[in-house]
Design a protein around this ligand. Sequence first.
Ligand SMILES: Cc1cc2nc3c(=O)[nH]c(=O)nc-3n(C[C@H](O)[C@H](O)[C@H](O)COP(=O)(O)OP(=O)(O)OC[C@H]3O[C@@H](n4cnc5c(N)ncnc54)[C@H](O)[C@@H]3O)c2cc1C
Ligand code: SF4
Length: 307
Amino acid sequence: MMADNGPDAMFVAGGTDLYPNMKRRQQTPKVVIGLAQIKDLRTMKGQPKEGMVLGASLTLADVTADTRIQGAYPAVAKAAELISTPLLRNMGSIGGNLLLDTRCNYYDQNYEWRKAIHFCMKKDGEICWVAPSSPRCWAVQSSDCAPVMVAIGAKVKLVSNSGERVISAAELYNDDGIRHLNKRPDELLTEIHLPPVNGWRATYWKLRRRGSFDFPVLGVATSLKFSADGTIEDSKIILGGVGSHPVEAVAAQKVIAGNKLTEDVIREAAQAAYQPAKPLDNTDFAMTWRKEMARFYVSGTLRELAT
Ligand SMILES: Cc1cc2nc3c(=O)[nH]c(=O)nc-3n(C[C@H](O)[C@H](O)[C@H](O)COP(=O)(O)OP(=O)(O)OC[C@H]3O[C@@H](n4cnc5c(N)ncnc54)[C@H](O)[C@@H]3O)c2cc1C
Ligand code: SF4
């Protein structure tokens, strides 16, 4: 069906992102191809020791309820559980979450609102209202599970008429608010491959205005591998909600490499993670405060995993 309809078509899983976007005419497919009846996309295979394979259409509720995920991939379970509301988690899929459209205060508005400001570069317009001299869109990566999948080294399988490929979750994302996915529109996300746990420990912290439900304005996914003596052998610290893609806090990872997580090391790493967090004024809260919070959230995740 996708091959027949070309760029006029889009896939839909739960529809909790696509349908609101269609109502606001941010996304305007002529053909919508439903995935709900494809049973193979709703299976969960494997064990944490060897790695697990999640079908892309598993609902967020399916993922959070699974005891293997809760026990071995708590960061995945936590991120999925913090998404929107129970009703939406019963509809929304894990695959749809990883492919969530980027968000911006000037874009997530109804058609009339956007028309009143002559639209913007992301849809129907020419200028970026957040950075008017910018040649690119800075809409924000706002999926809770995306930074977690990058932090734990998950992979995704993309299938189309021209073949299939498996790429890392990190490769799936692009630092551009419009072309934010390295996925062709005709490619179907079929599987998410969680790696063997193999001694890694991970967590996810989410900052949002309303505790009941809200998109993240900052998400910190931290995944650590400890040596037997408690030093950090390897790490990934990934920031969500601060750019158009999940941002790797490379300098913070360097600070903790080969060290024990003492208070001094944690403070230094948190300071280093603060630098790459460059939020713009296009989501909730003041951007300077969101940047400041990156420091607290990174240290919080490190302290949690150290205990
Ligand atoms: C009120 C509200 C609050 C929300 N809060 C949050 C939140 O806090 N955090 C958060 O991360 N999200 C949030 N969301 C967004 C959304 O509910 C989730 O991200 C959900 O997981 C999306 O999954 P879905 O199956 O509904 O996606 P869909 O809407 O079905 O699809 C989303 C996108 O992915 C594409 N797609 C879906 N499945 C596939 C596939 N298998 N292959 C190829 N393309 C595919 C669609 O074409 C579309 O572009 C919220 C939404 C609402 C309405
Ligand atoms: S960052 Fe700029 S171009 Fe992108 S959605 Fe916002 S206003 Fe539009």
